[in-house]
Design a protein around this ligand. Structure first.
Ligand SMILES: [Zn+2]
Length: 107
């Protein structure tokens, strides 16, 4: 157990997750639109699609981390490093509320 869970953290994580999910939806819509484009624009569109895919993957990964953090919050393990079990620095959690590893393990 640890005492470094900031007030309103769950709301913060839920909000962040909602924003990311919206972003993923928008990116997916952009990709779908790109696939319908004229063939003469196809090359540029495909390049663009790679960028969008990367952005969507990044956001999806972040959503997974937030879900993991919410689970750890439920389990009373929030702020404890998933790898080495030591407390994650409060400043790190402030900057990255969904961090599940301490700075040493994440490095
Ligand atoms: Zn660690």
């Amino acid at each position: 157990m640890n005492n470094n869970v900031p007030a309103g953290l769950r709301e913060q994580l839920e909000q962040l997750k909602a924003e990311l999910m919206q972003r993923v939806e928008k990116i997916k819509a952009d990709i779908a639109r790109g696939l319908d484009a004229d063939s003469k624009e196809q090359a540029g569109q495909l390049e663009n699609k790679d960028v969008l895919d990367a952005l969507a993957n990044e956001a999806t990964q972040e959503i997974a981390e937030i879900n993991a953090s919410l689970r750890r919050l439920e389990a009373g393990q929030y702020g404890v490093c998933a790898k080495c079990g030591s407390d994650i620095d409060a400043r790190r959690l402030q900057a990255l509320p969904h961090a599940t590893e301490c700075i040493n393990c994440a490095a």
